[in-house]
Design a protein around this ligand. Structure first.
Ligand code: HAM
Length: 424
């Protein structure tokens, strides 16, 4: 085939009609699960002010320093959102959502953008579902967030996952920990990979997230943050584990788990799949008690998660889980001649109004070609309409699977097709 004149940007993917049914089903599962958890949907623009993301996610993170799709127009600095927590917090502050009372339990579904090097499981435009609880400090909220995330994988049928948890501490314990990490790595600096040497200066905790082979033995023996907690942080973390145990949610403590975004305080978690290869994180999240204040709001503790939808669907593929239902249409009207075509157009509307899905040929194909098209569309019924049928008001309704035919008037067709779609 000839090379097309235009194509998508690298790392940006068309979701084609054969794929959209899976996406719709997944979105339906997310909405239904959110309803059972009593979360409300929020939709924010895909562009935000660059300053919000830089401050929210952190100037020194890879996301902000290397992966932003940012541009200017006049005096405005735009960025395609790389994630949705900072935007949700912005909306919470901007619209005084705290005044609605109680905690704000919000969820979202949508595209995110990171100019990363595209590879399996890593795109430049990808989709996340996620949720945030704003206004709750209690470890119950952390665990309900984890339960919400896991419930979606459960409903999809992905169960062979590993939940990793940690607490990344409060600012005070983190300060002491960063110092201890630097003291530990300083004499070994030469042995660290180039990227970890860079992180030693900018963000030493991120060394722990290194995938470079030479860093692994050094990371293994590095100090752990749990040794630096004050009483309150230690108690919060202990409660998180206690509630997870009570819900019988399995987890693995990973004292070196750090996340790629700077806003986290205390609880951090990631859900890992063995079916994904190198990019094995299905989702992740944690607590970000300082972010609301950071973007101009009142101090508000908060916790949330987000998960990659492409990665979830990749795991489905590996596990042979098919979310899509085969496409089908209730009735295909096969037409002979112009009068029949006009009649069909009018009667398609009548069928659709009562909830019957219906279609016809738009390009004047022969009866044989229309019948073939009805098969391709997986029509449950076809009805042939020509001048004779119009005169007599009687039509042949054909059950395509059972090859059974009935002569019926239009009202009888409606009632038969409706009855059989109810039984579906
Ligand atoms: P994150 O860990 O950066 O967290 O992203 C969450 C998930 O999005 C990842 O686990 C992964 O499944 C998916 N993801 C991230 N980048 C890509 C990519 N380039 N291609 C495909 N999938 C990707 C956050 O975004 C936080 N906002 C989560 C959160 C919410 N924390 C608190 N509330």
């Amino acid at each position: 085939m000839a090379k097309p004149t235009f194509s998508t940007h690298s790392g940006m993917v068309d979701i084609l009609p054969d794929e959209t049914p899976k996406w719709q089903k997944l979105e339906q599962i997310i909405h239904e699960t959110a309803r059972t958890f009593n979360f409300e949907e929020i939709r924010t623009p895909i562009m935000e002010q660059t300053e919000l993301i830089a401050r929210g996610v952190g100037e020194l993170t890879d996301i902000v320093s290397k992966e932003m799709f940012a541009f200017e127009r006049g005096d405005d600095h735009y960025v395609l959102r790389p994630e949705c927590t900072a935007p949700v917090v912005r909306a919470f502050v901007e619209h005084h959502l705290n005044q609605r009372g109680g905690t704000q339990n919000l969820y979202y579904i949508g595209p995110m953008f990171r100019a990363e090097h595209p590879q399996k499981g890593r795109q430049r435009q990808f989709h996340q579902f996620g949720a945030e609880i704003l206004g709750a400090d209690d470890p119950i909220a952390d665990v309900d967030m984890i339960a919400f995330m896991m419930a979606i994988y459960d409903r999809v049928g992905i169960t062979n996952t590993t939940l990793k948890i940690n607490s990344v501490g409060d600012p005070e314990s983190r300060k002491a920990y960063k110092k201890a990490l630097k003291d530990y790595f300083r004499p070994k600096l030469e042995e660290l990979s180039e990227i970890s040497q860079e992180r030693f200066e900018t963000n030493p905790m991120r060394i722990l997230d290194s995938k470079e082979e030479e860093d692994q033995p050094l990371i293994e023996d590095a100090p752990v943050i749990t040794d630096f907690f004050n009483e309150e942080t230690a108690a919060h973390y202990a409660k998180v584990k206690q509630h997870l145990d009570a819900l019988e949610i399995d987890y693995k403590e990973d004292p070196h788990l750090v996340r790629g975004l700077d806003y986290y305080t205390r609880t951090a978690f990631e859900l890992i799949s063995p079916d994904l290869g190198a990019q094995d994180a299905l989702g992740g999240g944690g607590r970000y008690d300082l972010l609301v204040e950071e973007v101009g709001g009142q101090p508000t503790p908060a916790v949330g998660y987000a998960a990659g939808m492409e990665r979830l669907l990749m795991a489905c593929k590996e596990l042979d889980i098919d979310l899509s239902e085969p496409k089908s249409v209730d009735i295909y009207i096969v037409t002979i001649g112009d009068n029949a075509r006009s009649w069909a157009l009018k009667h398609l509307t009548k069928l659709r109004k009562v909830g019957i899905s219906a279609t016809m040929d738009y390009i004047g194909r022969s009866v044989k070609a229309q019948m073939k098209d009805a098969d391709r569309e997986n029509a449950r019924y076809s009805v042939i309409v020509g001048d004779n049928e119009l005169q007599e008001g009687q039509f042949t309704l054909r059950n395509m699977k059972e090859s059974e035919e009935n002569a019926l008037n239009f009202e009888e067709i409606v009632s038969k097709v409706r009855k059989s779609s109810k039984r579906k």
